[in-house]
Design a protein around this ligand. Structure first.
Ligand SMILES: *[C@@H]1O[C@H](CO)[C@@H](O)[C@H](O)[C@H]1NC(C)=O
Ligand SMILES: *[C@@H]1O[C@H](CO)[C@@H](O)[C@H](O)[C@H]1NC(C)=O
Ligand SMILES: *[C@@H]1O[C@H](CO)[C@@H](O)[C@H](O)[C@H]1NC(C)=O
Ligand SMILES: *[C@@H]1O[C@H](CO)[C@@H](O)[C@H](O)[C@H]1NC(C)=O
Length: 628
């Protein structure tokens, strides 16, 4: 291929067409233009479209963005599944192409394991390479030392493989202690059970908590030798597991950002809560903006370094647990952006429990393909359902719980105000014409949302205390079982103190999942938003329009628009096509869990991770390569 001026012009042309295509393809229909969470993962704005709707009380459009997002998701997923390697030789070639090195020793055994177990994703393990990459800068000796030292830190257990057998210990007073080992370390032992006999002797430091642990300052990542002092401090015995007022997660996080990035400026990051711009942006989280914008993915890669104001909206940054500023190899179920934990599947996904496993019969200890509380689709309510405790953060520093992810969700759904939301719905139902109308929040919440706290905790952390918490947030004293969720078509999944351990059970149910998260987990390259679940923006505001697309305009929406559909019997006002599409997402999620989210798929992930880890552990890393 020659690279003359002609071909360059051709390239520019293609790029321009692509930009236009993207805007047309993933547009957002918005009345208000505030940039809440400016992120490329949000659907880009289409200015020409905006001009169409601004200043008019009612306008219609011919194409809703959701079918396009769904069609695209399906194509992407099919393409990814079908391009997976079919032979060991192909898998080795693909590995070398992606990672510019040989696969680790034992890759042929791993290949046999995935073939024998029908594992479908055999190439998508970028997450392992990404998580382990920083450790290549340590010598094998340093690496082993840090793995073993990590076991002395609070809430970290060691899984030791010796002679092909794993054992979990908790180090107390410098001695291995088999008691008090965390559920996560025990879960990890179960994940390596089938292949531990193929692993060399080594130690894995397993995080006992849901929260990520490792936040290494940017300067220390560039110059690993700077960490010696920090390492000594970690082990000096002065270390307490919680912050005790000496710092907080946000202070530790912003040091991981590049110098010069907004989060590194003291004023924009710490004093921002009092500045007008941050107040204005935060109040937008409660305002009714961005209602007809749809997220393309969850926010695992959102940059809080560039958008420091946004950290107030996630309880994650207010966790009471002290983070660790040194590059220790620590295995965690999830990590937010900036963290250097090594991801492993959650023990809630791999294990089987009453609270986290779909179809689990805790009496007979049996797994059933259909949960005994599962409800036929036709009998499920059309409501958006969520229940949980008023946790989801911490109190370091205290007083910020009002903006945490769970509180915002419950408050949004509890809003009884007359303030209007912009709703886009098919008018008349089933037609390809979509109309905008303004509908009162109180009416929508009554018709669409079934969201409540079931437990009020840490009220001291909420501005105004217990009374204010109770006033602005619906509280359902009834409590909830996992199986109660299956009575509803729409299940919301949001973060708690860490990632949400309920996600896999929600997927496996016959309901559709709407998910918002700031965490990245091991399966992110295996799953497809808009095919297996519906991704939610951090503001959740588009929930009403997601509902309007799949279930059709509600009674109050039809009234607000004076729709001709009001003359139809209620059953005919529903969106038949929308309901079918929602059911397809519910089914695709179930299918995903049964074909890509099985226990053995998680084991395949951990197996490959262990081989990579063993190579880093070895004094002669080159001898731990696999070549055909
Ligand atoms: C760390 O390494 C850099 C170069 O890699 C060197 O210039 C610097 O002196 C070292 N610092 C310490 C404290 O050893
Ligand atoms: C984050 O970025 C990585 C690397 O580009 C990508 O593989 C992953 O899917 C992204 N995750 C999310 C949740 O967007
Ligand atoms: C909401 O919209 C309706 C219909 O457009 C309008 O009559 C009403 O005044 C609006 N209410 C508010 C509080 O803006
Ligand atoms: C609603 O629509 C009907 C006919 O479809 C019309 O007669 C009536 O005036 C409309 N009402 C309002 C408030 O626009």
């Amino acid at each position: 291929m020659h690279d003359g001026p002609g071909s360059k012009r051709g390239f520019l042309y293609v790029a321009a067409v692509l930009v236009i295509f993207m805007q047309a393809g993933f547009w957002s229909a918005r009345r208000k233009t505030q940039d809440v969470f400016p992120d490329t993962s949000l659907v880009p704005k289409a200015p020409n479209f905006l001009s169409l709707i601004q200043g008019q009380s009612k306008t219609t459009i011919k194409e809703h963005p959701i079918p396009k997002l769904m069609a695209e998701a399906e194509i992407q997923f099919r393409e990814r599944i079908s391009r997976q390697s079919k032979t060991l030789a192909q898998a080795v070639a693909e590995y070398k192409k992606r990672f510019k090195r040989d696969p680790p020793r034992g890759f042929d055994d791993w290949w046999k394991f995935v073939q024998d177990n029908g594992v479908l994703m055999v190439d998508e393990y970028n997450a392992i390479t990404e998580d382990l990459e920083p450790f290549w800068s340590l010598t094998p000796g340093e690496f082993r030392e840090r793995a073993s030292l990590a076991g002395h830190l609070p809430s970290i257990d060691l899984v030791k493989v010796r002679g092909g057998e794993g054992k979990a210990v908790n180090i107390k007073d410098g001695l291995d202690n088999p008691d008090g080992v965390s559920a996560r370390a025990k879960g990890f032992l179960l994940m390596i059970e089938k292949f531990q006999d193929k692993l060399p002797d080594m130690d894995f430091a397993i995080n006992a908590m849901a929260e990520g642990r490792i936040l290494v300052p940017w300067e220390h990542r560039q110059y690993p030798n700077l960490t010696e002092g920090a390492l000594a401090a970690q082990l000096s015995g002065q270390y307490s597991p919680d912050w005790r007022g000496e710092g907080n997660v946000w202070e530790a996080f912003r040091r991981t950002c590049e110098p010069g990035s907004p989060a590194r400026h003291l004023f924009s990051s710490t004093r921002a809560s009092t500045s007008t711009s941050t107040q204005a942006r935060l109040s937008q989280l409660d305002a009714h903006s961005d209602e007809v914008t749809f997220a393309r993915n969850v926010q695992g890669n959102f940059s809080y370094c560039r958008n420091p104001w946004a950290h107030y909206s996630q309880g994650h940054f207010f966790s009471d647990w002290r983070t660790i500023p040194v590059l220790f190899p620590i295995f965690s179920p999830a990590k937010a952006s900036g963290y250097l934990d090594i991801r492993v599947p959650s023990h809630y996904y791999h294990g089987q429990t009453r609270r986290y496993t779909y179809g689990w019969d805790p009496v007979n200890l049996e797994l059933h393909p259909v949960d005994h509380m599962e409800t036929p689709w036709e009998l499920k309510s059309d409501k958006v359902f969520w229940r949980g405790a008023s946790t989801g953060g911490g109190s370091s520093p205290p007083g910020f719980a009002g903006q945490y992810q769970r509180h915002r969700l419950v408050r949004m759904a509890s809003d009884q105000s007359a303030i209007n939301r912009t709703i886009l719905f098919a008018d008349p139902p089933g037609s390809p014409t979509y109309a905008f109308t303004e509908v009162a929040t109180a009416a929508l919440n009554k018709e669409v949302m079934d969201v409540a706290f079931v437990k009020l905790v840490d009220a001291f952390n909420f501005p105004g205390g217990f009374e204010a918490l109770l006033r602005d947030h619906r509280f359902d004293e009834g409590g909830v079982n996992l199986g109660d969720h299956w009575k509803h078509k729409y299940l919301v999944d949001v973060d708690g103190m860490g990632y949400s351990g309920r996600f896999f059970s929600f997927l496996e149910s016959d309901s559709a999942v709407l998910k918002a998260t700031v965490y990245r987990e091991f399966f992110e390259e295996w799953i497809q938003p808009w095919l297996h679940y519906i991704p939610l923006s951090p503001t959740y505001h588009e929930i009403y329009n997601i509902h309007a697309f799949f279930s059709g305009g509600t009674e109050s929406t039809l009234h607000a628009a004076n729709s001709t559909a009001l003359s139809l019997p209620p059953a005919q006002r529903k969106s038949v096509d929308g309901d079918r599409r929602l059911r397809r997402i519910a089914r695709a999620g179930k299918q995903w869990k049964r074909t890509l989210g099985r226990r053995v798929d998680m084991e395949a992930y951990v197996y490959r991770l262990c081989l990579e880890y063993a190579r880093l552990w070895s004094d002669d890393r080159d001898s731990m390569n696999f070549t055909l």
